[in-house]
Design a protein around this ligand. Structure first.
Ligand code: PMT
Length: 406
C-alpha cells in the first residue's frame, strides 16, 4: 500500500506568532500538520505564552529555533525581525489574545511578534482567542475592525465551552480548520475576490397559531454549500436563512429569519451593496391571513385557513432600478422543467435560473446530492448529478462567467 502525502504547501514559509493563552497547547499539532503539507514553519512566542507551551517542544516540532526576545544575544542565528518579516509568505497569529490584538491595532511594537508584523508586507492572519466577554468587549471589537480595515485576515473565534467554563464565542479555531484556511489562501482560485454575494437558504415558516406553521422540506444544504464555496473563492457572503440545523459556513455573515416577510425585510436592508443575489431559499408563496393567538382547538370537522400572497422576494430584487445585483434564482419543479424554468426566468426578470428536478428521488429538497439545469436568456446547460458541495463549485463557475460579461 502506498501512502500519498499532499504537499499543497510545499516551500511556503509560514511564520507563527503565539501569544499567552491556554489554546497554545494546540499549536504543536498545527505545526505538525503544516510541515506534513510541505511548509517550512518558524515560531515566535511571547513570554507569557512560554508559560503554556515550552519553546523546546515548538523547536523540536518545527525544526527551527524558536524566537522570543527582541534582543537575544544567546542566539547564534542571523535572525532578526526584518529578516523574518521578509522570509514569511504569511504570518499567522494563533492564539491571538485580546492584548496582542490591542497592541497590533495601536501600532505598538514592544515585542518580537508586533515588531515583525509592523515590519512585514506579508499577509497577517489573526486567530482571536479569549474569554467570550473579552471578545465581545467594545474595545476588542473596535480593535478587530481596525485590523480588518488594514487588510488583516481574521479567522474565528469559534463558539463553545471555554477554559474558564463559560460558553460563547472565543475559542481558537481548530488546527485542522486553520490548515484548510491556509491551504485555501494559497491554493484556491480567488475569482470572487471583492464580490459581495447575498444568498438566501432554507425554508420559511409561516405561522398559523403558536405551534403550527406552513413550511417545506428545504434543509438549507444547497444554499449553505454555495455560501461555503463562494467564501473559499474570496467572496464576501451574507447568508439569510430560514430555520435549519446547519453550522454557519466559516466567514459567512449569517442572518436568521423565520418567515417570508422577515426575509424580505432583511434582504432589502442590504441589497443595494450586493453584486450578486442568489435566491436558493424555498420561500412560502402564501401566509395565513390570521395568526391565531391561541392554539386552534379540535372542535369542528372543518376549518378554513385563509391564505394571502407573500411578496416575491427575488422579483423585488430583480426589478430594482438602482444598484440592481446580478440575480440568480432557483426553481423546484416536478414536471415540464424547461418550460416552467423559462417562464420563471422571464416572469421574475432573473439573469439565471437553476432548476432542480424534484421528481427524481434523492434530488433537490433535503438531499445531500442534486442535479441542476441552468437556463439564461441565451442557453441552457446541465450540471452533473453530484454532492451539493461539488455542485456549488460548478454552479459558481457558471455564475462568475456570466457576471463578468454582464
Ligand atoms: O435546502 P435544500 O434541502 O438543500 O434544497 C434545496 C432547494 C431544493 C430548496 C433549492 O435548490 C431550490 O430549488 N430552491 C427554490 C425552491 C422553490 O421552491 O422555488 P420556487 O419555484 O418556489 O421559487 C422560485 C424562486 O423564487 C426561488 O429562487 C425562490 O427563492 C424565489 N422566491 C419564491 C417565492 C417567494 N415568495 N419569494 C422568492 O424570492
Amino acid at each position: 500500500m502506498t501512502t500519498q502525502t499532499n504537499h499543497s504547501l510545499l516551500k511556503k514559509h509560514i511564520l507563527l506568532g503565539i501569544s499567552g493563552s491556554i489554546a497554545a497547547y494546540k499549536i504543536p499539532e498545527l505545526i505538525r500538520l503544516l510541515r506534513k503539507k510541505g511548509a517550512a514553519v518558524r515560531v515566535i512566542i511571547t513570554n507569557t505564552a512560554k508559560k503554556f507551551i515550552t519553546p523546546l517542544t515548538l523547536q523540536t516540532i518545527s525544526g527551527n529555533t524558536v524566537i522570543s526576545n527582541l534582543i537575544d544575544n544567546s542566539s547564534s542565528d542571523e535572525i532578526n525581525h526584518i529578516s523574518l518579516a521578509k522570509w514569511a509568505d504569511i504570518i499567522i497569529l494563533a492564539p491571538a489574545t485580546a492584548d496582542l490584538i490591542a497592541r497590533l491595532a495601536a501600532g505598538i511594537a514592544n515585542d518580537f511578534i508586533t515588531t515583525v508584523c509592523l515590519a512585514s508586507t506579508s499577509p497577517v492572519a489573526v486567530a482571536p482567542t479569549m474569554n467570550n466577554q473579552m471578545y465581545h468587549a467594545t474595545v476588542t471589537q473596535d480593535n478587530l475592525k481596525k485590523l480588518k480595515n488594514r487588510k488583516y485576515i481574521i479567522w474565528g473565534p469559534t463558539y463553545g465551552i471555554q477554559a474558564c467554563n463559560s460558553i460563547g464565542l472565543g475559542r481558537m479555531i481548530e488546527p485542522l480548520i486553520m490548515v484548510d484556511l491556509i491551504n485555501n489562501y494559497f491554493n484556491s482560485k480567488k475569482d470572487f475576490k471583492n464580490i459581495k454575494i447575498l444568498i438566501t437558504a432554507g425554508p420559511t415558516r409561516e405561522n398559523i397559531d403558536p405551534i403550527r406553521f406552513i413550511s417545506n422540506y428545504s434543509s438549507g444544504y444547497m444554499g449553505f454549500a454555495i455560501a461555503k464555496e463562494a467564501i473559499k473563492r474570496g467572496a464576501e457572503v451574507t447568508l439569510i436563512t430560514g430555520p435549519v440545523y446547519l453550522k454557519t459556513p466559516f466567514g459567512a455573515n449569517r442572518i436568521n429569519i423565520t418567515n417570508c416577510m422577515d426575509m424580505h425585510k432583511q434582504v432589502h436592508k442590504i441589497i443595494n451593496k450586493q453584486n450578486i443575489f442568489i435566491g436558493c431559499a424555498a420561500v412560502s408563496d402564501y401566509r395565513s391571513k390570521t395568526i391565531y393567538k391561541h392554539k386552534i382547538k379540535k372542535e369542528k370537522n372543518e376549518i378554513n385557513i385563509f391564505l394571502i400572497k407573500n411578496p416575491d422576494i427575488i422579483s423585488t430584487v430583480a426589478n430594482l432600478k438602482k444598484n440592481r445585483p446580478y440575480v440568480v434564482g432557483f426553481a423546484a419543479e416536478s414536471e415540464n422543467i424547461k418550460k416552467y424554468a423559462y417562464e420563471k426566468l422571464k416572469q421574475k426578470k432573473l439573469d439565471l435560473i437553476c432548476a432542480n428536478d424534484i421528481s427524481i428521488p434523492n434530488n433537490g429538497f433535503n438531499s445531500k446530492n442534486n442535479k441542476l439545469y441552468l437556463f439564461d436568456k441565451n442557453k441552457s446547460i446541465q450540471l452533473p448529478y453530484c454532492d451539493k458541495n461539488e455542485l456549488s463549485h460548478y454552479l459558481l463557475n457558471e455564475i462568475i462567467k456570466r457576471y463578468e460579461k454582464n
